[in-house]
Design a protein around this ligand. Sequence first.
Ligand code: WT7
Length: 648
Amino acid sequence: MSDTKLYPVPAEFAQNSLLNDSAYQAMYKHSINDPEAFWREQGQIVDWIKPYSQVKNTSFQPGSIDIKWFQDGKLNVSANCLDRHLKDNANKTAIIWEGDNPADSEKLTYQDVYEKVCQFSNALKAQGIKKGDVVCLYMPMIPEAAIAMLACTRIGAVHTIVFAGFSAGALAERINNCGAKLVITADEGVRAGRIIRLKDCVDKALAKPQVTSVNNVIVFARTKADIAWHEGRDLWWHDVVKDQPSECEPEAMNAEDPLFILYTSGSTGKPKGVLHTTGGYLVYATMTFKYVFDHQDSDVFWCTADVGWITGHSYLVYGPLANAATTVLFEGVPNYPDTARMSQVIDKHQVTTLYTAPTAIRALMAKGDDAIAGTKRTSLRLMGSVGEPINPEAWRWYYNTIGNSSTPIVDTWWQTETGGILITPLPGATALKPGSATRPFFGISPALVDNEGNLLEGENEGNLVILDSWPGQMRGIYGDESRFEEAYFSTFPNMYCTGDGAKRDADGYYWITGRVDDVLNVSGHRMGTAEIESALVSHSKIAEAAVVGVPHDIKGQGIYAYVTLNAGEKADDALEAEVKQWVRNEIGAIATPDTLHWTQALPKTRSGKIMRRILRKIATNDTDSLGDTSTLADPSVVDTLIAEKQNA
Ligand code: WT7
């Protein structure tokens, strides 16, 4: 790492940036030395209906984990994202929608979004949705996704967005876990020229006998396709908003009232409903957006993430809109209809700030200059990366090719659980090193510990933990209080355990090395090995399965599944296709295994625990140093697996 070329802050950028390095240093020091005073001041970045007197009430202590911020304040998220901008920015573009088809785009001003949100809020109320009710969104990337989110926040309903690539089964499981009363969807979605039958999927999910909480489904007519209709349950979006007034008083929410639930994968069990609350989340999303992306009034900000992920929540919708920014909402994918689509969209809408994922960058990099053919990208002044470690080669390509060797890159590390960015360069303050997320944001105290939880000093490598709370931190796992402490605070007492490994270099820069638990990161999508295994073994012919992640050029990690079949079953190409399709149907396309390794037995300890460490090494042909295999019940299993791998 020591020979890495530094990319200093470009002089031109520094001239107009919000913060330089000494400002960062001073502000950071203040945020750590006196968090109470720091956040008392910074909490003013949003408007409060009732001001807070309390700021930080948090404890990471075993047995009494408690996280509360701005506890006695009241505010409304949609009022912060819309109403407060109407005075100066009513006619400013809030959302630029770019359709899957390059011929389709649309601009909505703050006034437009405000009116649509109010109308839809009134429509939700008319359907009996009240403060505290859970509303599930299963939406394509259209402005109505953001409008529905904001409308929920306006009336105090809690939204839970399920990524529209998840299967009916995954959707049903999530609806059931949170007891959603209403589902908002579209007839169909459109992505890369293909149609996604969203309403069909909702119908299938709601047909499952265990799903009983949903009273209504609101359907936005995106393609006006023919769909099945459940009279009495299903309602068209255009019908429910038709006669609704375009004013709706925002609900005064307590700072700690739930704002949204977002499901994410852990290393064990079913997906966890990560709960974020109102005040702290909004303060943190607003503030990180402002400083990490050095927000200027004239910016056009494009985050390519789907609203179904936390990045879409914090940096496509809430962070940008709370800052009165112009945010681009893109329905399609970066390489359709051709490889240069991302660059074309940048030129078309004069995007100044691009925030995307390493997997997209690597996919474009594989096409070389085709990714920028016929485009200039001179409007760009800043680029960001998120979702997984970015390899220095992809970083440099992103910098040189998409960014014309002239725009800084912020490599932002964070998680669904953290609500907003925790480790990141600030573009006017931080000299960059390709592949490093660099330094902590204000109020964040990262540390490295060994496997026993001992703090590691200086240049080192270990488990990444955070020593104190920040306003955007998740407050709990919905419906499973005890799992919160167990999942995040029990491995290393008194610290938030991130599940990531990291190195810290001599300059104090952090380099995230990836998950240290059984969580995979495939194309920036997070998945538990346990979830994929449970989908596999639910197939009638499969006896056992063990899933490991393997390096993948484009996806970052690929899914490698070891599978044993029930007696009498035979592995062949047909079964392979069938099993892959099975997993797609159970979870979604993103969980499809890249490789199925058919075998007779898995390496287990005498107590029956599968030794994944060994399976990981076999899958990557790293079998010279398998480590201790003496605890295996049957060590010969390992030789068989190695031979099968070599002959595959
Ligand atoms: C995991 C969280 C946070 C938005 C998207 C993912 C990995 C995320 C980076 C980065 C290295 C990263 C971590 C983390 N990750 N950003 N810049 N460098 N790794 O959210 O689905 O909750 O996944 O993504 O492993 O734990 P998520």
